[in-house]
Design a protein around this ligand. Structure first.
Ligand code: AFP
Length: 337
């Protein structure tokens, strides 16, 4: 098996990509590999979850006031320990931690800051649904020493790399380092991510729309009109689409990335800033969407341009095939509230 040169592991792929940049030190390759290793451990735990009876609440709530599942805690700790002692990272931030995560003094010389949502869509775990890990990597902006809040509060356009791992019927890692979007599938027989989806591109207009329609009555009129368009009620403006919603951003986004479509989590009368987090969810997914030819906005502004002012900031998200995202912006701009 190993002498089969048609198998491209994630490590080989990233190393080969880095050859195009003579100034590259290999540190980013190693960091991505650390993250891949952490997610393989998480994937193994998720697969065993139903068997070893570790499902259920850990009894704590996270900083968003949401109940944590045990696997959330496990995934968070696993990813932290995969990156803490390598000397590649100066600071981290996790959706599950209120404050930035500092790195012990002897290891904090690294030039990267990493943000992650360790187990997104975790309410799907109890029903054996798809969940994911999302990550985002920035270059440190603070001088040497301990990384600071400034390192993790950068606009999405400053990302060096971003990606997600989807723990679905197979485990897939999808990432971009600004040179296209590439997907790898975990081969469970030898435990490596192998290149399965090189240079993923999103169709400009998609077949699917994904949104939690139970919030329909609370949306602004522009969003309501756009979704009516997706229902097929505005045939002069846009052909109708097929509805698909899992309630797990990674899984919903992944379908639309591969097959074409749009995902929305708009703000509404109860939560004007929506539900999703700018730094852990919206910005990394926006980087991937744009690199695949798609787009991402908060309804009016490009997500990648928005610099967060706080660590756990929420933001409305409209992401997917470029023409579909533009249609939503147009409906929002043209529809009086
Ligand atoms: P959980 O991690 O609490 O399941 O939230 C998942 C999520 O952040 C994102 O993955 C989904 O797209 C979105 O929330 C679903 O939210 P609704 O349940 O309100 O539709």
């Amino acid at each position: 098996m190993l002498n089969n040169t048609s198998i491209i592991t994630i490590e080989r792929f990233i190393l080969e990509q880095e050859r195009n940049f003579p100034e590259a030190t290999g540190e980013l390759t190693n960091l991505l590999y650390d993250i891949a290793l952490g997610t393989k451990i998480v994937a193994a735990a998720i697969r065993r979850a139903g068997l070893v009876n570790i499902l259920g609440s850990a009894g704590a709530t996270n900083v968003q006031g949401e109940e944590q599942q045990k696997l959330d805690v496990f995934a968070n700790e696993t990813l932290k320990s995969a990156m803490t002692h390598t000397g590649r990272v100066c600071v981290m931030a996790s959706e599950e931690d209120e404050e930035i995560i500092s790195i012990p003094a002897e290891y904090r010389a690294g030039k990267y800051a990493v943000l992650f949502d360790p187990l997104d869509g975790s309410s799907n775990i109890d029903v054996n649904g798809a969940v994911g890990t999302i990550f985002s990597i920035y270059r440190r902006v603070s001088p040497e020493g301990e990384g600071t809040l400034a390192d993790v509060l950068q606009a999405g356009s400053e990302q060096v790399a971003a990606g997600y791992v989807m723990y679905g019927s197979s485990v897939m890692l999808v990432y971009t380092a600004g040179n296209g979007v590439h997907g790898f599938t975990l081969d469970p027989t030898f435990g490596e991510f192998v290149l399965s989806h090189p240079a993923i591109t999103m169709p400009p207009r998609g077949k699917y729309y994904s949104v939690n329609e139970s919030n329909f009555a609370r949306w602004g009129k522009g969003v309501q009109r756009a979704v009516r368009g997706f229902h097929g009620d505005l045939p002069d403006l846009i052909p109708g689409k097929v509805s698909r919603y899992i309630g797990s951003l990674v899984a919903d986004f992944h379908r639309n990335l591969i097959a074409g479509g749009i995902f929305l989590y708009p703000g509404d009368a109860k939560n004007p800033r929506g539900k999703l987090r700018l730094s852990y969810e919206a910005a990394p997914m926006a980087f991937i969407a744009e690199q695949a030819g798609g787009a991402a906005t908060d309804g009016t502004r490009r997500i990648m341009d928005i610099a967060p002012s706080e660590l756990h900031q929420r933001i409305p998200l409209v992401i997917g095939s470029a023409e579909d995202v533009a249609f939503v912006s147009r409906m929002i701009a043209e529809t009086p509230e």
